[in-house]
Design a protein around this ligand. Structure first.
Ligand SMILES: [Cu+2]
Length: 111
């Protein structure tokens, strides 16, 4: 019984390592990271002076399992900052750029 438990743990550990390596393999083959994108809507709370980020009060984003929250999000291009102003309701597209990091690649005010 005890032996079986140990063997199962080793098997699960092996699977975790295998799937991790698979993810890195994808990156190497494509020559770039596999990017996940997701769309959201929210209201602009502030825009960084240098155009590097915007702070949004965004609605839940089901694809990422994000609840509604207010957060600063990096902008892929500072030009995006010029397209919106505080209190604008916006639609945006996020691109994953790291394990838990996202940046906005598209940002536009909506009615
Ligand atoms: Cu958030």
């Amino acid at each position: 019984m005890r032996y079986t438990t140990v063997a199962t743990s080793l098997l699960l550990a092996g699977l975790a390592v295998a799937s991790d390596e698979h993810g890195h393999g994808d990156m190497a083959m494509n020559g770039q990271q596999v990017m996940r994108t997701a769309e959201g809507v929210g209201t602009v709370q502030s825009v960084a002076d240098d155009g590097a980020s915007v702070t949004l009060a965004h609605e839940p984003i089901a694809e990422l399992r994000w609840p509604a929250m207010t957060m600063a999000i990096a902008l892929a291009d500072p030009v995006l900052a010029g397209q919106v102003k505080v209190e604008d309701r916006v639609r945006f597209v996020l691109r994953q750029v790291g394990e838990t990091a996202y940046e906005i690649v598209s940002l536009e005010a909506v009615d």
